[in-house]
Design a protein around this ligand. Sequence first.
Ligand code: 13P
Ligand code: SF4
Length: 377
Amino acid sequence: MPTMETADFETELSLFKYDTLEQLPAEYRDLTEDERTERIEAAKAALGDDLVVLGHNYQRREIIEHADFIGDSYQLSVEAANADARFVVFGGVTFMAESADIITDDDQTVILPSMEASCPMAGMAEALQVDAAWAEITAAAPDADIIPITYMNSYADLKAFCAQQGGLVCTSSNAHRAFEWAFERGDKVLFLPDKHLGENTAYELGMEDRIAKWDPWDPEGKDAEEVAAADIILWDGYCQVHERFTVEHVDQVRAEHPDAKVIVHPECRREVVEAADVSGSTATITQTIADAEPGETWAIGTEIHLTRHLRRWHPEVEVLPLCGDACMDCNAMRQIDPNYLTWVLEELVAGRERNVIEVAPEEKELAKVALERMLEV
Ligand code: 13P
Ligand code: SF4
């Protein structure tokens, strides 16, 4: 197999991109849930229309209960774009809050209660690293127009890079439309960082035999001839929470609950998506359970907090975690602590902005182009 030279680059994983994180003051550490609820709601009432709280479906109950909007990454980016509030407090992970900052007006402030909420998958495709790979990939197919698409789960600098190269952003609910958009404008797609969402989208488009894999960490995992021959190049990133699900989990749940239907997130491996009845974004999963008939059984292959919310919201449906006790929560999402939420809201009431996410201006403008293209597909 012809291998390609690995370009040199120096970069650090973007685990903690914002080093201005302020820690929780001691007096907020031991609040009871009742105290917290009362104080959060009082702060929300005091801030009124100046505040909107967004909660991703994977947030804990204690955050979700105070959110004005709950949704998947796409829905929350639409809510952020439509928000008139001066302050957008984001119950989600860093890349989501960055996207909200990019989309909202300059006089709006986006706050991430704890800024250590960094998605490991987003850290698997550093803009510098992608820039180096881009030189290799474009050299492998010099006559092709390659359009980069980055999953929402990426940092602002990578979104900016994609815009600069004629590409865009997508979420799990519009990846197929983003691919179609790209193929109307170019010959090949480089999809980052989630190889599973990329592969699942290629299948959805009937392009599963047009894939080349690109492993930036392995010289053997980058084949110039494969890149030249393929239409879709998949970066080798993944989500640990979703890679955990296996076909054996699907088989086991079907053996134990013969009437159960299985729904999984498209960040799961291809074979798991194939073995499931339905796959879709966290909004699709939520809607599917909302639409289920009383008495139906659904096994859910995604982050455990959403499964627990669905159980609570729809007691008439039997909701099972697809891998039982082995189902994981997302370590990044878990960083958003309700005590931190209480603190940042009370600080806003007192006129102080804590843990603000502010994307660098040079990245912001371009990243906005990539996000706006997504909102239009
Ligand atoms: P959704 O876009 O489906 O909400 O997914 C976001 C995410 O991080 C899944 O792991
Ligand atoms: Fe990132 Fe996975 Fe957590 Fe989603 S569930 S935020 S992809 S680590």
